[in-house]
Design a protein around this ligand. Structure first.
Ligand code: A4P
Ligand code: MG
Length: 170
């Protein structure tokens, strides 16, 4: 199965948090890194009294069950000293599963596709990078990415360079 994962951080050297997380995900058992988006800087959605976020997305191939992938990602969040103090508040690392193939999952701990992703430019633009990398059109809630992107008018994203998220492979 292919899984699309969104990464976000706005604490303790966010850029490095995201890059390290990519390597850690790539080193998980039964997970193979396929490709990553550019790295984006975005204003916070939710409480405004927090730093801007670094965001990006990656796609991996995995032989894990969805819930085991979530468990593995949450373990990585914990090693980044992730604390959950405020909903939508500052965090060292947030790993959200955006899609897993065409699966629809509505279990207490896991909702896939991620319900808010279509409203968030910091997820949609990285997904578009990945789509371009791989030449495969993504369908999210029955629409192509540009459909959702064109509905968003109030979010600004910066990408300072053409650096893509990658992973060290051994
Ligand atoms: N969960 C359910 N479905 C999923 C899924 N598809 N992927 C459950 C990951 N987790 C999923 O998540 C709470 C629970 O969601 C988990 O225990 C898991 O079982 P959390 O990350 O602990 O809680 P949270 O961070 O308070 O909520 P959430 O919904 O993850 O926050 P968001 O929606 O990710 O928002 N602004 C910018 N610019 N960039 C950002 O990255 N991020 C947030 C966080 C707010 N504003 C932001 C950004
Ligand atoms: Mg989360």
């Amino acid at each position: 199965m292919k899984a699309w994962i969104a990464l976000g951080s706005n604490l303790n050297n966010p850029r490095q948090q995201i890059k390290d997380a990519c390597n850690e995900i790539a080193m998980l058992e039964k997970v193979q890194f396929i490709s990553g988006s550019k790295i984006y800087l975005s204003s916070p959605i939710g409480p405004q009294d927090q730093d801007d976020f670094i965001n990006g997305c990656i796609v991996v191939e995995t032989q894990l069950e969805p819930i085991d992938l979530l468990n593995a990602l949450q373990k990585i969040e914990q090693t980044h000293h992730r604390t959950r103090e405020r909903h939508w508040g500052p965090r060292t690392l947030d790993l959200d599963i955006i899609m897993i193939d065409n699966l629809v999952i509505n279990s207490p701990r896991l909702t896939v596709p991620h319900p808010l992703c279509k409203e968030r430019l910091f997820v949609l633009l990285p997904l578009l990078d990945i789509e371009k990398n791989n030449n495969v059109e993504l369908i999210l809630f029955n629409k192509k990415l540009p459909y959702w992107i064109n509905l968003i008018h109030d979010q600004i994203l910066h990408t300072s360079d053409n650096e893509y998220l990658t992973a060290l492979t051994f």
